[in-house]
Design a protein around this ligand. Structure first.
Ligand code: ASP
Ligand code: MG
Length: 456
């Protein structure tokens, strides 16, 4: 049994759903459980509709809801069998009637609670999963739709709910597993419900998490995440299009890369898979024959020291120098209290006896932060910096990786250096202008020769 998860773009249109059906059909003998996201940008559109409704813009909310309904009707009509059209339209009609009621209710209340955000945003996956199950018949797949809310049980932290693993796993084993022995099960990602049956969601982008939970619960042999990239590459294609595909990577390496938005997974999403030691595959639904990237607990040995170079632009570095200089204790605590008060996460930190540099991703509240820090320290900030991060399990065992990195970066001003506690990453901060040049130099240094067992 395998789990196959398809994101929003993979089910955004009739043509996309047809592609998905082809991919699933070809793997039918592996007993797939299919987890889908909402179609295209539906979640964003639903949230915008909810905001318009509470902002007393009821007419706009309802007209946008009408457009969203038209979109679903049109795409559904393009991929279901003629004899199933009435059923698909009835399902869409019913869902959108409920949605319209919700929107009217919100417009009257004028207030959006996390619970109503979940109620509204859940419809994207409720509708998409139902339609995909109906559409599968058109391609000769015997499909059964399961409402994910019946099996994914969560706490009541709306918009960020955490699964109640024990009940969830036993429902998956009792309900989904036996069904999947006979038919292809289709369910929506992202959504769940409390033990009392109130609809919840697992957080934005939560469908990958759902897939991982489902895989763990049914004891899948593999969890496949179908996206629109060939898998993880040796460097970020948005910075430099010379990256090669990484065939196998460890969970720990993948988690390091995830922070950089390397179009893959959020680290939390793979936790259930890690615990059950189920491999997670990243695959491209536009190029299903490419083997993608396999994320496993214990990857095979790799001759290269680095698996991938990740990076992040638009970083702000805050440099903080103690006024009282040497030996003052409590300095770091005071600094971090300031970032904490302004709810601003700090990513990289480097310290010397008298100075600290910290990077932040979101400079929205930088003015307040700087003002408070100036109460006890000298502060300067550098905007438009970039973090470059070398990731690889081997970094911790191989002497000289840092030396090679700095040799490659010769001539480029490196502002900060940090080796993470996990020791499988080495990060440097350079000016945004130097980013491409730096990544290119590092790529040449670490990937001129590739271990064919690990890289494509
Ligand atoms: N549809 C949800 C979102 O857009 C969940 C997902 O796509 O993973 O956040
Ligand atoms: Mg999405």
């Amino acid at each position: 049994m395998i789990v196959m998860k398809f994101g929003g773009t993979s089910v955004e249109s009739a043509a996309a759903i047809e592609r998905v059906a082809g991919i699933v059909k070809a793997r039918e003998n592996r007993r797939p459980v299919v987890v889908v996201s909402a179609m295209g940008k539906t979640t964003n559109r639903l949230l915008a509709i909810a905001s318009a409704a509470v902002a007393q813009d009821r007419e706009r909310a309802l007209s946008e809801l009408e457009q969203l309904r038209e979109y679903h009707r049109k795409e559904a009509a393009g991929c279901v069998r003629p004899q199933d059209l009435a059923e698909a339209e009835a399902a869409i009609g019913e869902h959108f009637r409920e949605l319209a009621e919700l929107v009217r209710g919100l417009a009257i209340l004028g207030e959006l609670t996390p619970r109503s955000v979940d109620a509204i945003s859940s419809f994207g996956e409720r509708i998409s999963s139902h339609l995909v199950a109906i559409a599968f018949r058109n391609y000769g797949i015997g499909a059964a739709h399961v409402d994910a809310r019946e099996v994914i049980k969560t706490d009541a932290r709306h918009t960020q709910a955490a699964p109640l693993y024990e009940v969830t796993y036993s429902r998956l084993a009792e309900v989904v597993r036996p069904l999947a022995e006979k038919q292809t099960v289709v369910m929506g990602g992202f959504i769940g419900s409390t033990l009392d049956g109130v609809t919840t969601t697992l957080g934005r982008g939560g469908s990958d998490f759902s897939a991982s939970i489902v895989g763990a619960g049914i004891g899948a042999e593999e969890i496949q995440i179908w996206t629109d990239v060939d898998g993880m590459l040796t460097c970020d294609p948005r910075i430099l299009p010379i990256g090669r595909r990484v065939k196998t990577i460890s969970f720990a390496e993948a988690a390091e890369l995830a922070y950089f938005g390397a179009k893959v997974l959020h680290p939390a999403t793979v936790v259930p898979a890690v615990e059950k030691n189920i491999p997670v595959l990243i695959l491209n639904s536009r190029r299903p024959d490419v083997d993608g990237t396999r994320i496993v607990g214990e990857p095979p040995p790799c001759e290269n020291d680095v698996k991938s170079i990740a990076c992040k632009k638009g970083i702000t570095v805050v440099n903080i120098q103690s006024l009282r200089m040497l030996m003052a204790h409590g300095f770091l605590r005071r600094i971090f209290e300031v970032f904490d008060r302004f709810e601003t996460p700090v990513d990289l930190v480097t310290t010397s006896e008298v100075s600290v540099s910290a990077t932040i991703d979101n400079p929205e509240r930088i003015d307040g932060i700087v003002e408070e820090l100036r109460g006890f320290a000298e502060v300067t900030i550098d905007r438009d910096q970039a973090i470059i991060c070398l990731v690889g399990d081997n970094i911790r065992f191989t002497p000289g990786v840092a030396g090679r990195a700095f040799q490659a970066l010769n001539g480029i001003n490196v502002r900060m250096i940090s080796q993470g506690a996990s020791k499988l990453n080495l990060s440097v901060v350079v000016s945004g202008e130097d980013l491409t040049k730096a990544v290119e130099a590092l790529h040449t240094a670490f990937f001129s020769k590739l271990d064919p067992a690990v890289f494509d």
